[in-house]
Unconditional design. Sequence first.
Length: 696
Amino acid sequence: MTYVGRPLPRAEDVRFLTGRARYLADLEEDGVLHAAFARSPHAHARLVEVDTEAAASAPGVVAVLTGADLAGVGTLPSGSVEDGVVADAGHPVLARGVVRYVGEPVALVLAESRAAAEDAADLIDDRYEPLEPVLSPRDESNILVRWSRSRGDVEGAFAKADRLVSCSFTIPRLVAAPLEGRGALARYDAAEDVLVVHCSAQDPHRPLAHLSHALGRDPERIRIVIPDVGGAFGSKGAIGPEVVAVAAAALRLGRPVKWVEDRLENFLAAYQGRGLEADAELAVSADGRLLALRAHLHADLGAYLYPTTPVSGHTTAMLLTGAYAIPAAEVTLVGAATNKPPTGPYRGAGRPEAALVIERLVELAARELGVDPFELRRRNFVPREAFPYETALGWVYDSGDYERCLDRALELLGIEDRRAEREKARAEGRIVGIGAGMVIERCGGLWESARVQVEPGGGVVVWTGSSPHGQGHETTFAQIAADELGIAPDDVTVRWGDSHEVPPGIGTFASRSVAMGGSAIVQACRELRETGASSVEVRFESPLLFSSGAYAAAVEIERATGRLHVLRLVAADDPGKVINPLLAEGQVLGAVVQGLGECLAEEAVYDEEGQPRTASFADYKLLTAAEIPSVATAFVETPSPHNPLGAKGVGEAGAIGTPAAVANAVADALAAEGLPGLDPPFTEERLWQALNAREG
């Protein structure tokens, strides 16, 4: 029986649906202390004093720690960018001297109950001298990341171009809002001299490295255990200062310490996604050839750098040529410090930003030339026979068939019928539009590990360096191992998440789990089969992989209210070889919904003093099932040559293609009214104001 390619339901769902999952909040330890943080009420201020006397004497309180008490604890690492400059601006554990965003941790209260800890945290008397906040990423008074690249004859291409198309774009910050917030439970095993930290994270390996760096502790003396995780979407790829503080407190006090983030803390202090302003232009020939791209990116990085903060802006910069064979490009990325929470990867992590910029530019070029936008795309796609293809910015796309993806998407949309309906609707005075967006998804790369062992009873245990947080790893990896060893998936047990048990790895992010973790399992199974050994561990390495796809949308804007209706949305994705079509489609649909939220409603807003105006679900809107349109999906498979599965990835695709497709559909609708396109989110207020600006 061949299991790879079959739409098996997730075996782990039984555990989740029957209440047997174990999340961080479910874990208990004897003698545990509960942690609560006092946080800065200012976006930027000098921290004059932290008076902890009243808090320390409150009922149930065991200790109150400030930045001075943790003076020996370092900051989190700052991360890096290939060929770029990154400042040493790691997040401190507890603020000392200056606070730089609303919600920054200032003091830690440890008490016998969570209620006692929270009550005592309110008693901390912290005094500040407010300072002027910096809120715009275009304010380059404090640069944290700088990167640039230029290849090809950019100046020559712009000099000879028949048309120059330019535009500025603003992509707002987003809150990841996972169902389960962050959290940690730390205890020190003095007998073994091991710090054991359970935390809600995307993998054990990065928290281990981050804690080792901040605490100055040998990684062999730290054990990270990841329980079931209720969503992450990139936001748990780096631990926060709270986890370091909890771990340091457990070491200091010799008692277990537990912190579970509440929703307000998540809004205030968890790192956020997106936050980019871009000035970009295309040089275009009269016959519709894209000759060169120039762009200057201003990334809002927030007050500090997490290890993952530089990733998104760099990914945006490197992917700006998208699916197109643009021979010359010049891109500059400047990441500025602002008095807001740090940013980091959020589903797509730079790819949605790149897709929105290049796809809006392509649509503007088509309008400028009077050319069908789908035809202009076909004219400029990287051709199927050109793979592997090195872009003007230096990344090498491994495989793809972009024209086939676009054709499939337009087929799903019913493009000719949609065009006829659009003309009829416009004749009736309705505001409708059609748009598309291409997807290039950087995934895979680096290395991942796996260990496979045959049990005495005939079952097989797979240990993987990739950890799940909603993707269905246990089912997918069991399918892969079952095919390789000639057994059933039910005979395979998949283990993950414990740094003392699983082999070293990179982790789960960037749609890399199947291509990297799955390929490591394939190699381990094959070696086990060929050698006759009972326990095999391997490390699989690969260059970057590039999935692709095409998304298309039809929209209508209510003239009276500005409300946007997405009438239909379609997705044609090329993730390489699909291991489980059911789970792959689930990933697409989940990402589509998050992409729609970005289009229709979501935006983290700060006022002129740096105070968050969207610090709860009363102000920050997430979509409900009632607001999700009809979505059709399809897969186009062009296997990657870089791994034995031929897999690439699909976890981010819907969040990449949806904003670009909807933005172009909105721009198409507004163009018929003589109006320019807008930046997301396309809220009722924003669209109503645009429609009524002429009358004003």
